[in-house]
Design a binder for this molecule. Structure first.
Ligand code: NAD
Length: 239
């Protein structure tokens, strides 16, 4: 893999770079991915809980799961993969964009700036009645489901399966993908759409695609380089 790493390192020296991250980049910070080991909670799969339907039928159950995940994220620290991306941005500020599907805030805690957040933020609470948003980092929450000051039930400020992405973030991500010369997809199973479609957008508009993942993904065919292994080990070697 040394020669691929060297080739990717060279490709980062000029041109626009997009790093596109998924849950895998936080795996080495002990935040469970959705599909890997540790993804299940009380035998529920995340695909069953992270949906508007699950929330309307049992908001307390969904909140118990998020409360558990918030506790894990609170205890987690950014790992060398997050830190390497923040360092890459520091060195290439004019030509670097970080797009994440993660809601855990670990990129920001590692020092990354202007992160494009496609799936929201686990520390945001959003009222289902009046729409008011607030930041709340309390773990555990003292009432499940939490209530807004208007009395409405609050939901987590994240994007669930079947929901639209925030339009401004999606536009920024698409623009970055279309103008990227190197597009590095890190730790994503690339099955959650529309986010996963960014890899194809980047490829079709001329980017050289890099996939970094210990396992195969459905977009491997689009890659010029595949770096098989954990992001926390490979990313620091690229920088
Ligand atoms: P996913 O769970 O579907 O896939 C994770 C991917 O990471 C897998 O392909 C796996 O092989 C890979 N991986 C595991 N360990 C890795 C490592 N050390 N280095 C690099 N790759 C590694 O996650 P996804 O593709 O992000 O999609 C799931 C959705 O769930 C996301 O859109 C996100 O919103 C949400 N999610 C977020 C978090 C978080 O914020 N940390 C965690 C779980 C899920």
């Amino acid at each position: 893999m040394e020669s691929e790493i060297e080739a990717v390192r060279r490709s980062l020296l000029t041109g626009r770079i997009v790093a596109f991250t998924g849950a895998g980049i936080s795996a080495e910070s002990n935040v469970p991915t959705f599909r890997g080991a540790g993804g299940l909670w009380r035998n529920y799969s995340p695909e069953r809980l992270a949906t508007p339907e699950a929330f309307s039928s049992d908001p307390r159950l969904v909140w118990e799961w998020y409360d558990w995940r918030r506790g894990i994220v609170r205890a987690a620290q950014p790992n060398p993969g997050h830190l390497a991306l923040s360092e890459l941005q520091r060195r290439t500020p004019e030509r670097f964009t970080l797009v994440t599907q993660n809601t855990d805030g670990l990129h920001e805690r590692a020092g990354s700036q202007d992160v494009v957040k496609l799936h929201g933020d686990i520390w945001l609470l959003q009222c289902t009645r009046c729409g008011r948003e607030e930041r709340n980092e309390q773990v555990p929450l003292n009432l499940l489901p939490p209530l807004c000051r208007c009395g409405g039930i609050q939901r987590p400020g994240v994007v669930w399966f079947g929901e639209m992405l925030p339009e401004d973030q999606w536009e920024r991500a698409r623009r970055a993908a279309r103008t990227a010369e190197v597009f590095i997809a890190i730790g994503t199973s690339a099955v959650v759409h529309p986010a996963a479609g960014l890899v194809l957008v980047a490829r079709l508009t001329g980017a050289r695609v890099v996939i970094m993942n210990p396992d195969p993904t459905p977009v491997d065919d689009l890659a010029e380089w595949i770096l098989r292994g954990p992001a926390g080990e490979i990313l620091p070697r690229l920088i």
